[in-house]
Design a protein around this ligand. Structure first.
Ligand code: TXA
Ligand code: MG
Length: 602
């Protein structure tokens, strides 16, 4: 079955909407696919007994058909209808860990379709503890086959918006049950024999299982010889892949890790907010430990920037590391770094909770490299490092025979999703305001819209509205735009500059803008000379690029600056050429402009 949009829009159902939940359950039983929350990650559910419905799930995910799905239940009494045998070992794990983040593999019963198990004679059974999952599964009443709700190869979704990002239009509905508590998928344990084999590590750790069984007999399937076929078919594929290249930053040996044995304890992940002020309160030993943890990030970032001054680096790190970067205040490093902070640096439970959303967030920032914190513990750290190492794997080996997933379209989000919003604005200035500055305004407006929505870099629950305008140093108010330029901008972007009336730049306009970019260097100098108090927010396109370390060199190694010839009086091709050049510069500068304005895409 081909992956194809079958709905105009996927319904987003609130977990408190009882009618919506019932409707979703009815659609599932009638053969549709529904996204639903669990305490691990979101699942893409269908009736496990209905082979045609299962095919729809494989199609929506773009998943290879040889990778089986697991069966979700809302009631332990359903297990006997799904499996043909419950070994004593399986029974012990069911009693100890269900409901919870575990999948127990047993011999399958005939009721489960072969499509669900990809032809295997075993089936994975999972009973989620998430209250919304339980309610929904009970309403369905049938065993629900569900893989994680991501496009095959992408990081698993742990929030409803990420499900929509990958699945909008491909499935009937998604139930929004908030953030998943653990953030990593369940521990998959093969219990068909007498010794449990962990096929995929998760929040239920080897130590947890050994403790229940009263011995240390659990086997990790990674210890199988390489040439053996993996017992969990899914583990042979590269997974969890953001578009950026991931590198793991080692935690210095001996660092005391927290949360290694208590994943997502009762769902309360402390999102620590450590600031520069807090740095001052540290003891010498604590400060030294932090420097040791932060150093790999800083050294590697500098190395990357040295090789490529245009590199954009994402950090998946703890809040103390971010505070250290802020304190260092290395302007270049900061301009090229996007942060995704998971909480306290040594808290592997918080890092696990935020990992997949973090990778997705940094992808949206369009960074090319992600440096992510590593952990060397033996509990939850094993599951975290398992996912992170797969995310860091080589790009080529995505899913053999399947095209690499394309960047999904951005899903618009209403601003009322935020607690607060603030507005910021950028101003483009030229001598007149009928041509180049209007062109910049028009192109920037499109770019802003295309990349919406934005959040504040300082408060993650605050939305940001970005505006842009233009003015001219010697412009007269109300002049008609240059017709040739209007046509040229329309030709390259579909939108002209007809509706932009010329305005004279004045202190009031400077005041209400947070960043002022002039077409030429001498215009920026003139503004700063007249109004030295606003010098920190006035740049020319080329001094703004230079301030962000974006030094471009020509083939002979000479530094190039952004110079835009005035096309006035030239032929139409010259106008088009100029408009295209401005768009190319804006595309390079755009991420730095929104960062300068204190905003990030989400
Ligand atoms: O936490 C989870 O397990 C999530 C939520 C939605 O419940 N589900 C999930 O499903 O992660 P999925 O399909 O993305 O991963 C299931 C893994 C795959 O690696 C698959 O190969 C393996 O479990 N698996 C499923 N059935 C199996 C079986 N019968 N024998 C061995 N491995 C199996
Ligand atoms: Mg998955």
């Amino acid at each position: 079955m081909e992956r194809a949009k079958i709905y105009k829009k996927t319904l987003l159902i609130d977990s408190s909407d009882d009618k919506g939940l019932k409707d979703a359950a009815e659609h599932l039983v009638n053969g549709e696919v529904i996204g639903f929350p669990t305490e691990t990650v979101y699942g893409l559910g269908c009736d496990a007994r209905n082979g045609e419905a299962v095919k729809k799930v494989f199609a929506a995910k773009g998943r290879p058909a040889d990778n089986p799905l697991i069966c979700h239940i809302g009631d332990k009494a359903q297990i006997k209808d799904i499996v043909s045998e419950i070994t004593p070992l399986a029974q012990k794990l069911i009693d100890a860990f269900m409901p919870g983040p575990i999948t127990v593999v047993m011999k399958k019963a005939d009721s489960i379709s072969d499509e669900t198990t990809a032809g295997l004679d075993t089936v994975g059974v999972r009973m989620p503890s998430h209250p919304v999952a339980q309610k929904f599964l009970k309403l369905c009443g049938v065993p629900v086959a569900a893989p994680s709700a991501n496009l095959s190869g992408r990081p698993s979704p742990t929030g409803a918006r990420s499900v929509l990002e990958d699945m909008d239009g491909y499935i009937y509905a998604v139930i929004d049950g908030g953030d998943s508590e653990f953030g990593l998928e369940s521990t998959v344990v093969d219990c068909t024999g007498t010794t449990p084999v962990i096929l995929r590590p998760g929040a239920v750790t080897k130590a947890d299982i050994d403790q229940v069984l009263g011995g240390g007999e659990t086997v990790m399937s990674g210890s199988l010889a390489d040439k053996e076929t993996p017992r969990s078919p899914g583990m042979k594929y590269r997974h969890y892949a953001p578009f950026a290249q991931v590198e793991i930053m080692k935690m210095p040996e001996g660092t005391k890790i927290e949360g290694d044995d208590k994943a997502g304890s009762d769902g309360k992940i402390s999102k620590a907010t450590f600031t520069i002020e807090d740095l001052k309160k540290l003891s010498d030993d604590e400060a030294k430990e932090l420097v040791n943890i932060a150093s790999p990030f800083i050294l590697r970032s500098r190395e990357i920037l040295q090789a490529n001054p245009f590199a954009r680096i994402g950090l998946y790190c703890g809040s103390e590391i971010k505070a250290m970067y802020d304190k260092m205040n290395d302007k270049l490093l900061l301009a090229h770094t996007e942060f995704c902070v998971y909480g306290k640096t040594v808290d592997v439970s918080a890092a696990s909770h935020g990992l997949f959303e973090g990778l997705r967030f940094l992808d949206v920032q369009e960074v090319d490299t992600i440096l992510a914190q590593g952990f060397d513990g033996e509990g939850l750290s094993v599951a975290y490092m398992n996912r992170l190492s797969k995310a860091a794997g080589k790009k080529e080996a995505l899913v053999p025979g399947m095209p690499a997933p394309a960047r999904p379209d951005r899903t618009p989000l209403p601003l009322d999703a935020f607690k607060d919003t603030f507005t910021v604005s950028v101003l483009f200035v030229d001598d007149n305001n009928t041509s180049l500055s209007s062109c910049l305004e028009s192109l920037m407006r499109r770019m802003i819209e295309k990349n919406e929505p934005y959040i504040s870099n300082r408060e993650s629950d605050t939305g940001v509205e970005i505006y842009c305008e233009s003015a001219g140093l010697t412009a007269m108010d109300g002049m008609e735009p240059d017709e040739q330029m209007d046509k040229a901008v329309r030709e390259i972007s579909g939108f002209g500059i007809k509706n932009i009336e010329s305005r004279r730049a004045d202190p009031a306009i400077y005041d209400c803008n947070d960043l002022i970019l002039t077409v030429r260097d001498e215009q920026a100098f003139a503004i700063i000379k007249a109004f030295p108090q606003i010098k920190d927010k006035v740049f020319s396109l080329s001094t703004f690029a230079a301030a962000n370390g974006l030094v471009m060199k020509d083939s002979s190694g000479k530094v190039m600056s952004i110079s835009v010839p005035d096309p006035t009086g030239q032929n139409f091709e010259t106008y088009v050429h100029t408009a295209k050049a401005l768009r190319a510069w804006l595309e390079i500068l755009f991420p730095y402009i929104i960062k300068d304005l204190g905003a990030s895409r989400i």
